[in-house]
Design a binder for this molecule. Structure first.
Ligand code: ATP
Ligand code: MG
Length: 212
């Protein structure tokens, strides 16, 4: 099993979008997948309730009060963390994960908080010792936009290049209202836009599979 934690103390950077789409990609790839929601807002669990019965199945885990076990045979576990956790709580979640994914937006307001968060992650033992990897995902990019260029500079500066770059696409929110992801066939998989979007996810999916 590979356990992926999606976290950043910053709100609204795309944790739930990335967690749900990753779970969708794994499930669609034929892997037994569970999605654990730690957020009191239950965004991931609400999304799972909307998921059509014919879509690739994803097991729901409610981790708001405590961590619960997934059913046996789960091959991919995705954990959707809330914003504004204390570092102690982040540390507890990291204990449940093999890989940590940190979404970051091209916004000056996100830079400082991401810098501090990544530094604090580095102080957590399994990360410091290189036992668990941290992968940055640049999210909601707009091509040739100043903020996007700035984000690339920022990531270079902190010495953590983004493992994947996801463009800003209205399709994510649209599909989310139907419990779907860009990996589901119901999402118009054959469309050129769908193919382009999935291509953006490939480096991230590959990096996760490298952990297997
Ligand atoms: N790549 C993207 N393109 C377009 N919209 C996006 C993208 N990623 C996220 N969004 C939108 O940004 C908003 C916040 O995203 P999301 O809920 O995934 O963030 P979050 O980090 O889980 O937020 P919270 O901290 O509240 O849990 C949502 O409306 C979502 O649809
Ligand atoms: Mg969320």
């Amino acid at each position: 099993m590979i356990r992926v934690l999606v976290t950043n103390l910053k709100g609204g950077c795309g944790k739930t979008t990335i967690a749900t789409n990753l779970a969708g990609a794994f499930a669609r790839g034929g892997l037994a997948t569970a999605l654990a929601d730690v957020d009191r807002q239950q965004s991931s669990l609400e999304w799972l309730k909307l998921r059509p019965a014919e879509a690739a199945a994803i097991q729901a885990l409610d981790w708001r009060k405590s961590v619960s076990d997934e059913s046996s045979g789960v091959q991919r576990l995705v954990i959707d963390a809330p914003a504004n956790l204390r570092m102690k709580e982040v540390e507890l979640l990291i204990a449940q994960a093999d890989i940590v994914i940190v979404p970051v937006l091209p916004s000056i307001f996100d830079e400082g908080s991401t810098r501090r968060f990544v530094r604090r992650l580095d102080e957590i033992k399994p990360i410091r010792k290189g036992k668990k990897g941290v992968l940055l995902v640049a999210n909601r990019l707009r091509s040739r936009n100043r903020a996007t260029q700035r984000l690339e500079m920022f990531l270079g500066e902190i010495g953590m290049p983004a493992v994947a770059r996801l463009a800003d696409r209205a399709l994510y929110a649209e599909l989310a209202t139907q419990g779907l992801t860009v990996f589901d066939p119901q999402a118009g998989r054959a469309s050129l836009q769908g193919e382009q979007i999935r291509a953006e996810w490939r480096p991230l999916l590959r990096a996760i599979e490298d952990e297997a």
